[in-house]
Design a protein around this ligand. Sequence first.
Ligand SMILES: Nc1ncnc2c1ncn2[C@@H]1O[C@H](COP(=O)(O)OP(=O)(O)OP(=O)(O)O)[C@@H](O)[C@H]1O
Length: 273
Amino acid sequence: MPTESLVEIRGLNFAYDTDSGPRKVLEGIDMSFHKGKVVAIMGGSGCGKTTLLRLIGGQLRPSAGEVKVAGHAVHRMNTRELYALRRRMGMLFQFGALFTDMSVFDNVAFQMREHTDLPEELIRDMVLLKLQAVGLRGAAGLMPNELSGGMARRVALARAVALDPMLIMYDEPFTGLDPISLGVIGQLIRKLNDALGATSIMVTHDIQESLQIVDYIYFMSAGRVVAQGTPDEIRASRDPFVHQFVHAEADGPVPFHYPAVSVADSLLGGVRG
Ligand SMILES: Nc1ncnc2c1ncn2[C@@H]1O[C@H](COP(=O)(O)OP(=O)(O)OP(=O)(O)O)[C@@H](O)[C@H]1O
């Protein structure tokens, strides 16, 4: 029996308003994120992945179509509903910056203190449990500048799941990590998702790590979904776009060059003039 969707995206279009008019970023996106799953969204730089996360989080409104989270259209929620929804979402954005003037403990406790009325003793136990889950209970008293990059990212993970979110969104969680830390973070993303019974959406460029830990992958190009499937389907895919990604080829359906007039035209243009 198919599992239930936590996030459903249907016919989603989005354009940014810019001085030179609307700038189309997403077009006709359909995606489903089923409960309990970890799903990766991959695609070249600037294809609209971060924009999509911001639409799911309700920071942006669709130009057309809709994003539903737990059955409710995000753009129709009032401020109070949006606030309640965001409390149930954990987010880890690029580099997952910690508050540098707070200890590891206080970084993880921050959301609990901001968003709940829980007594400090309970917060203490919850923070230590979250730190235990990422293997850093012993580092609770350290300051961020005393951590390695991999440790800092693990603290950011503990902070993202501090309030036991139903949905966790990661934007490039592996950026800047060495291969060992990258593997550790990947495994933790999977483990935390399963332990919490949550659903995770991960925007990443790291296909090899994704293939190890996710249940499903969407590939985007120029604001559209161009391929999708389970890791096994992706590995077996003959789709040229998927092939370019899986084999890290510099050129293919995703062009290496930003669109431009031909080299001959731009170099010889003056001569021919
Ligand atoms: N506030 C904004 N106003 C106008 N255009 C924007 C704005 N934010 C992003 N864009 C443009 O929208 C497009 C999609 O951006 P987005 O950040 O969603 O891409 P991305 O796929 O996450 O890229 P990357 O992998 O490089 O982070 C890009 O062309 C970007 O320049």
